[in-house]
Design a protein around this ligand. Structure first.
Ligand SMILES: NC(=O)c1ccc[n+]([C@@H]2O[C@H](COP(=O)([O-])OP(=O)(O)OC[C@H]3O[C@@H](n4cnc5c(N)ncnc54)[C@H](OP(=O)(O)O)[C@@H]3O)[C@@H](O)[C@H]2O)c1
Length: 308
């Protein structure tokens, strides 16, 4: 099939281009002009910025894709400028997605596969939730509420393409592996290694991890499948912070995380990470297994988190 990958220089997008080509697909990599030299090897490289509607429309039309994959975020900016990273990512999820849906339609694509997040669910029920659980659009933190609303808008647009443009939303768990924040040299990895990532007392928030190879594998499955809808892409081992954080520190060779009173956590870790470590629910992957025919090659973070 002819497939276009938007976000082809990214942590997931870059290896995805190679994985799709290895399966025999003809792949166009969509990259921004300033990132041209980081483009993966592809059948074609097309240049456009997703926030430039006209430019995107003509670049995507030239590639004539049957399937379009959306792996765009601005989270690369997180370490340098978190406010800008989230603001730009929200714009990519709303405006960028609208432009990509229009471009996919204009190009005659019949399928759109987009990256979303598995940890945007409201913390009710559980401890492990399926895809029908409501998103945390009314989170008490204005920043996280804005992020979740942008995620909800991305999903609405991707799934609302009508019968001519079938939509698939892949809600990735917390990514680990090469290039991610949870790599040994990633931002979170380094904080854990140097003892700067404390554990709020109890540590009962659940994280569902997913290795980059499995995020890529799920995107390949979604491209090739006829299934539509929302899918959690996460490993088989959702775990509380009280388990994964000390394990991560040990594997990295760092000190055990310092336990802090929960009330202190927002000041030391920020609202989102406190929520993640104390209240978040995990994500069940049964639907992706059954309907996409996908299963994780890395079923548990316990065998890999902190090793690369
Ligand atoms: N999904 C999650 O679980 C999550 C949550 C929080 C943090 N993170 C961290 O953030 C990273 C996420 O990896 P990812 O693959 O989602 O993101 P990524 O590696 O930052 O890739 C994003 C892709 O979007 C492209 N892009 C950005 N702005 C664009 C625009 N205006 N037009 C066209 N393309 C644009 C980027 O291109 P350029 O190369 O040109 O910028 C890049 O190819 C990892 O480090 C992960 O640990 C992930």
């Amino acid at each position: 099939m002819r497939v276009l990958v938007a976000g082809a220089t990214g942590v997931v997008g870059h290896p995805l281009v190679g994985a799709l080509r290895a399966r025999g697909h003809e792949v166009s990599a969509l990259v921004r002009a300033e990132s041209r030299d980081r483009a993966p090897e592809a059948d074609a490289v097309v240049v456009a910025d997703a926030l430039d509607r006209e430019g995107l429309l003509s670049a995507v039309s030239a590639a004539r894709p049957e399937v379009v994959v959306h792996q765009m975020t601005a989270l690369r900016l997180l370490p340098a400028d978190p406010v800008e990273a989230f603001a730009l990512t929200a714009r990519l999820r709303t405006e960028g997605t609208a432009n990509l849906v229009a471009a996919a339609r204009a190009a005659g694509a019949r399928r759109l596969v987009a990256q979303s997040v598995a940890f945007a669910a409201a913390p009710a029920g559980g401890p492990v939730l399926d895809e029908d659980a409501p998103l945390y659009v009314d989170a008490p933190d204005a920043g996280w509420a804005a992020t979740v609303r942008a995620v909800a808008e991305l999903e609405r647009q991707v799934l609302g393409g009508g019968p001519d443009l079938a939509g698939v939303v892949l809600r990735y768990g917390t990514l680990y592996g090469p290039g991610t924040g949870y790599a040994r040299i990633g931002g979170t990895g380094q904080r854990v290694l140097t003892g700067k990532f404390p554990l709020p007392e109890g540590g009962s928030g659940i994280t569902s991890f997913v290795h980059v190879v499995d995020a890529v594998g799920a995107a390949v499955a979604a491209v090739e499948s006829e299934a539509t809808g929302v899918f959690h892409v996460a490993d088989d081992d959702p775990a509380p912070a009280a388990q994964w954080l000390p394990h991560f520190a040990r594997t990295l060779g760092g000190p055990p995380p310092r336990t802090i009173p929960a009330a202190l956590a927002p000041r030391l870790l920020g609202w989102f990470m406190t929520h993640q470590l104390t209240a978040a629910r995990g994500a069940a992957n049964d639907r992706a297994r059954t309907e996409l025919g996908w299963k994780p090659l890395r079923p548990s973070w316990r065998d890999g988190l902190g090793r690369e």
